[in-house]
Write a protein that binds this ligand. Structure first.
Ligand SMILES: Cc1cc2nc3c(=O)[nH]c(=O)nc-3n(C[C@H](O)[C@H](O)[C@H](O)COP(=O)(O)OP(=O)(O)OC[C@H]3O[C@@H](n4cnc5c(N)ncnc54)[C@H](O)[C@@H]3O)c2cc1C
Length: 428
């Protein structure tokens, strides 16, 4: 039986099995359900719902890794199983998940429900491409199964629907042969001050990744910084920072010196993470930005496991960096260059005219997804932009923010329509 933890709104249900989920969905209708994968999920509700109308269904107790078939390289899990726990179980069989999210709490159901990308997507596509079959409960409370070879249309509708097409309750996933703690990587990093060259380099690396196990490009572009004068009143305007880095992480043989460098790097990251999370208040904002930025650029030497959870070190601090507008697009490689430039021009132009954003940053890597490939006949590059919204008190056009963001959204849709791009929906 499902367990109601809170009688006061929002009601939370924590089912233990699929039959529980069926009952919860049927009993809660017609109230909308908010699905939470694990402990720290649920920040992405895309429909505004009054708290007393909200029913939260958390899959955190449906968290078992049920079976590993090492010969077939398959693992069957409940939807609330954390990717990090699945990976640990697979590790005992010399296997691992090909695509994992950027923090340890992400669940298999939650990741499959949004598609799921990582810096390994240039090799393995989306997390959802590695799902073989799943069990689900549809919005009417009916149980069903589907997979690559049966009810495949429904299968693809549920994957990436963020729960709207059905609640995933169990999945069978493909694994790969890997030892993530003993796979050593060295980072081949290229730095750029000019956006055009950064984009060209990124496209060349996405097209020819060689033996890179991970790849990622990051671009940061700050608005002119305004800081209080150290003496007297008023503000000083400092210059902008425009900087990009492409990192390809290649396999390396572990040597004592590599191990020592990794140890040093891990300590430095831990220290920076601590600085970022202890700096508090508005005045410390630049410190947190700087620490988070420094941590996000790949270090020189690390293991595959270190690399996969690098962002975990800064997650608590990055959450404090204020509201942001995010947009993410899958661009076919033939129009990657044009999509990247058009998105960049759109966002920097809006920043210039409306003064709404401070830092504009971009992330990019290749996505070799069989599912996406089938739709346009080629591979894709993932391009995402995060634009930090200027604090409302300093932003003259603050009343117009929702309209402005709506206009930007419409312009992004136009870019996608004309360039055969597809949006990856990250709620703002
Ligand atoms: C749209 C989106 C895309 C993201 N993409 C990435 C990414 O590519 N790489 C990355 O590292 N991080 C990504 N994140 C951030 C975060 O890692 C993901 O949200 C991840 O899915 C969180 O997992 P969770 O298990 O905590 O789920 P939650 O945060 O609780 O839920 C995430 C979404 O999945 C739905 N959901 C959760 N469990 C289920 C289920 N069992 N069945 C059906 N729907 C469910 C929820 O309704 C919600 O819409 C993304 C976030 C969002 C919202």
């Amino acid at each position: 039986m499902s367990t109601t933890l809170a009688a006061t709104p929002p009601a939370e249900y924590v089912p233990r099995d699929t039959a529980d989920v069926v009952r919860t969905v049927r009993d809660s209708r017609p109230r909308p359900l908010t699905i939470r994968g694990g402990e720290r999920g649920g920040e992405h509700e895309d429909r505004p719902v009054a708290p007393d109308r909200r029913v939260v269904l958390s899959l955190r107790r449906m968290n078992r890794v049920q079976a590993v078939d090492a010969d077939a390289r398959l693992v069957r899990v409940q939807a609330g199983a954390r990717l990090s726990d699945i990976d640990r179980t697979l590790g005992a069989h010399g296997l691992g998940l090909p695509v994992v999210g950027d923090h340890r709490e992400i669940t298999a159901g939650g990741f499959a429900a949004v598609g799921g990308l990582s810096a390994a997507s240039h090799r393995y596509g989306m997390f959802s491409d590695n799902v073989v079959s799943l069990e689900y409960v549809d919005p009417e409370g009916r149980f069903g199964t589907c997979g690559r070879t049966h009810h495949s249309e429904r299968f693809h509708r549920i994957l990436g629907s963020a729960g709207r097409a059905g609640i995933i309750t169990a999945l069978t996933l493909e694994a790969v042969e890997v030892d993530k703690d003993r796979t050593w990587l060295t980072s081949d990093a290229h730095r750029f001050l000019d956006f055009d060259t950064f984009v060209e380099h990124s496209l060349a690396e996405i097209n020819r990744p060689g033996d890179a196990l991970l790849q990622v490009g990051r671009w940061v572009d700050t608005a002119p910084l305004r800081v209080a004068r150290p003496v007297g009143s008023g503000q000083l305007q400092l210059g902008t920072v425009r900087f990009g880095q492409w990192s390809s992480l290649h396999p390396a043989t572990a040597t004592p010196s590599l191990r020592a460098r990794r140890e040093l790097g891990a300590r430095a990251r831990k220290g920076l993470g601590a600085i970022a999370s202890h700096a508090s208040g508005r005045a410390a904002m630049p410190v947190r930005h700087a620490a988070a930025g420094a941590l996000m650029f790949s270090p020189k030497v690390l293991t595959l496991r270190d690399a996969e959870y690098l962002a975990d070190t800064v997650i608590s601090s990055s959450g404090e960096r204020g509201p942001a507008y995010r947009v993410a697009v899958f661009a076919p490689l033939s129009s990657y260059h044009s999509v990247f430039h058009r998105l960049h021009d759109l966002l920097t132009e809006r920043r210039e005219h409306a003064d709404c954003f401070t830092v504009i940053s971009a992330q990019t890597y290749g996505v070799r997804s069989p599912y996406l490939h089938d739709q346009v006949g080629e591979d894709h590059g993932y391009i995402s932009f995060t634009c930090r919204l200027r604090p409302p008190s300093n932003y003259p056009g603050k009343r117009g923010t929702p309209e402005l963001l709506h206009d930007i959204d419409a312009a992004v849709d136009d870019i996608c329509a004309s360039e055969r791009g597809q949006r990856y929906h990250i709620p703002h």
